[in-house]
Design a protein around this ligand. Structure first.
Ligand code: NAD
Ligand code: ZN
Length: 346
């Protein structure tokens, strides 16, 4: 089969490799579509080769069951679904509490096993998955479904974790209206009554945000903080979701979050927010505000996202690429030229 693989620093290639074999508790999925996430780019651009063998990329996977492992019950060939991001132990106290994204087996700062980032992923004609990571999608279109597996899941989890402060009358800021951000705006509209302000460096991304239901769009420049403070009566926004995570956006978040507000780091651009324990009147951080570095989402979050998509409340803005043109999709994403999500079709 053909597979898009990471072959070393800054290189991806479409290679011919064997169709994966499955174990007794696995499914073989015929891939219908696989989304391209900025995290894929971060991995590909990593300056050191993390392993000898090429790695098949792709953690946003939708497809059809092609084969069922001998010990799997309740699944049938031909079922359509998507793949939960984290292939966790399933039995530790975090997993059984519904916090699979922080499974104990992953340790303190690592990430649970994830297809396409730490094990073979879904930018291929077929992928092996543990049967318990399959989530049915009914007749949802594969191009629409694939980004639900991460772009929607991760945005939903960050928003759900801040739900206490997302009350009508409040304001949420979404920074970075790419694959994750354009879905976040829609989720904020679907599940809360807050005013939504979108921030991006590119005018066309603010147009996308408006199409997704954002109330206001602000270009990211030296006046952004002042504009957000003015729009919120000097208080700041009850929640700031940073889908970029560089120094500039971390600073923006710290300077615009309201007292008791929620700053959520989702983008992993290496930015270092400055939060100090100074007295009243000090710079930046207001009383009572919380910060959380948010990873993916839980299985339950994924079911919620599939339900939102099936109810027609999420529309993925998708640019379709044949798997063979995957390297071009990566280049375009690197240049900030994708509107919404690039999705590969094998
Ligand atoms: P993307 O490339 O599709 O979108 C990024 C957007 O940010 C673009 O619209 C770009 O114009 C905008 N942007 C760039 N610099 C900016 C700045 N300084 N100010 C404002 N906007 C800016 O990326 P994506 O796939 O949506 O991923 C977003 C981030 O989230 C990445 O860092 C990715 O690795 C990370 N991510 C994290 C998790 C998690 O679990 N925490 C999951 C998936 C993705
Ligand atoms: Zn991702």
């Amino acid at each position: 089969m053909r597979a898009l693989q990471w072959t070393g620093p800054e290189t991806v290639a479409v290679n011919d490799i064997p169709v994966p074999e499955i174990g007794p508790n696995d499914l073989l999925l015929r891939v219908g579509a696989a989304g391209v996430c900025h995290s894929d780019l971060t991995l590909v651009n990593f300056p050191i080769r993390l392993r000898e063998d090429p790695l098949t990329l792709g953690h946003e996977i939708a497809g059809t069951i092609e084969a069922v492992g001998s010990d799997v019950s309740g699944r049938e060939i031909g079922e359509r679904g998507l793949v939960y991001l984290f292939w966790t132990c399933g039995v530790c106290r975090e997993c059984v509490s519904g916090n699979e994204n922080v499974c104990l087996a992953a340790g303190r700062v690592a990430m649970p096993p994830c297809p396409g980032l730490t094990i073979e992923g879904g930018m291929a004609e077929y992928v092996r998955i543990p049967a318990n990571t399959f989530v049915p999608i009914g007749d949802l279109d594969f191009l629409q479904a694939a980004p639900v597996a991460d772009a929607a899941l991760t945005a939903y989890h960050a928003i759900r974790g801040a739900r206490d402060v997302l009350r009508p009358g409040g304001t949420a800021v979404a920074i970075g209206i790419g694959g994750l951000g354009h879905v976040a705006v829609q989720i904020l509209r679907a599940v809360t009554g807050v005013r939504v302000i979108a921030v991006d460096v590119a005018k066309e991304k603010l147009e996308l945000a408006a199409d997704c239901g954002a109330d206001l769009g602000i270009l990211s420049d030296e006046s952004t903080v002042a504009q957000i403070l003015e729009l919120t009566g000097g208080r700041g926004a009850e929640a700031v979701f940073d889908f970029v995570g560089v120094d500039a956006t971390a600073k923006l978040a710290v300077e615009t979050v309201a007292p008791n507000g929620a700053y959520r780091m989702v983008g992993i651009g290496g930015g270092a927010p400055e939060i100090t324990a100074g007295p009243a009147g000090g710079p930046g951080w207001p009383w009572g505000a919380t910060v959380r570095k948010s990873l993916g989402g839980t299985r339950s979050d994924l079911h919620a996202c599939v339900a939102l998509a099936q109810a027609g409340k999420l529309h993925m803005e998708v640019e379709r690429f044949d798997l063979a043109d995957g390297p071009e999709a990566f280049q375009r994403l690197d240049k900030g030229q994708i509107r919404g999500r690039a999705v590969l079709v094998p």
